[in-house]
Write a protein that binds this ligand. Sequence first.
Ligand SMILES: *Cc1c(COP(=O)(O)O)cnc(C)c1O
Length: 491
Amino acid sequence: MYYHSTRDHKCLVSGTAAILQGIAPDGGLYVPEAGRLPKLDYQSICMLPVQEMASAVMGALLPEFPPEEMAQLVANAYSGRFETEDLTPTVPVGDNYVLELFRGPTSAFKDVALCMLPQLVTASRAYQDVQDEIVILTATSGDTGKAALEGFRDVPGTKIIVFFPDEGVSKVQKAQMTTQQGGNVKVCAIRGNFDDAQTGVKNVFAACAEQKLLDGRKVRLSSANSINIGRLIPQTVYYFKAYGDVVRSGRITWGETLDYVVPTGNFGNILAGYLAKQMGLPVGRLVCASNDNDVLTEFLRTGRYDRNRPFHKTISPSMDILVSSNLERLLYLTEKDTEQVAGLMAELKEKGWYQVPDSMLRIIEKDFWAGCCDEASTKETIGRVFADTGYLMDTHTAVAWNVAEQYRAAGGDRPMVILSTASAYKFPEAVLQAIGSEPAADEFDTMERLAEKSGAPIPANLAGLRQREVLHKDVIGKDEILQYVLSYIAK
Ligand SMILES: *Cc1c(COP(=O)(O)O)cnc(C)c1O
């Protein structure tokens, strides 16, 4: 099985090469060759224990790895690192099911992919005969940085440097990063906002490539963000896991479809569900839930993608986004026309918007539905669901729950799985307010108040943070990023 760029089908590489490169040389994203996905016997896969399930699904997408090796990589990635042995539990709440994706080492759904990605990267080095050390550079607005640090810490052959905006992350998120342990990790604050950090990191990639700054140094740069196919592949697994769980609960029988509601930002999570459907899992609709940043709602309803709109800072910050990179993969998989995708992406770059043909929208509508939820409704949903069921959810999950209700009202009549992407304790202020109490001045005190009020335990990784020693104190200007990276590499 090969992968090629969404923008050029002749740009064809193996899975391990795609993982090491991250992004295709023409700026496109890697997709399975000709959009063909392996068809799986989903029923037998859904009956496997979760690690075997993960090996089977990922092995089908990355057949270069023999089954024993894939099983080993999965064990390295997940064994003993999640709160629950089944990694991603499916919990019945009211009439719905909540798929809890936040039981990993940093209490965010990105752990599912970022525990696995380092295993795939290091194993791919061997297949591609790469001796160079891989240096991961990441700019983060919060969740990705910490999950990547945990994933890559002490993974042989890798180093990781994370940059975050000094004033742009929450106190808890900052503590999560600055207390990070590991012999190959570096965390640095930037005097600036998230865009400054992101632009700075992109400039490092460009400068190193153009000026050949790394020649002869035996290192190469890579990134951990969700354009890498190695982040998408591990996320297909939990769609199978949830399906098996719901069958076992007796709510559906094999072959009946389930709808999945996904709180969406960069379109990676929901696209993994689309891949699972293409592999044969009986998925009905994939419901794309957005907050006030409703660019995807408009696109999935009208076929017009327009980034020329105000950017809203919300209480579900991981979904505050104007350009959802992984949508490019859906555009390709719909009509399987790389020239068309290259054209649309050029329009987006030049004008900031594009309109897909009606034929394409008709195909997309069969698989997707979309809705959005504003700030007041997000809080109202958290409060109401907690009062009715006792289940405490975070702001991102609440957006999805609210959109699930909209979908139900619009005629959705199948059982629904709502993907829960973060622990409520990552956003304690908003959640505590939503259930009717006032936050404390200090975020850690707010967490404790939330625990008293809700009765839900604080995840161990967050509870212990306050006492942890701060190990990373570097703060630099936004123009000093390249210098910082080069001096760390030289060590
Ligand atoms: C990253 C993230 C999302 C968005 O996921 P995408 O794959 O980017 O669509 C949603 N919720 C939380 C908590 C996240 O961290």
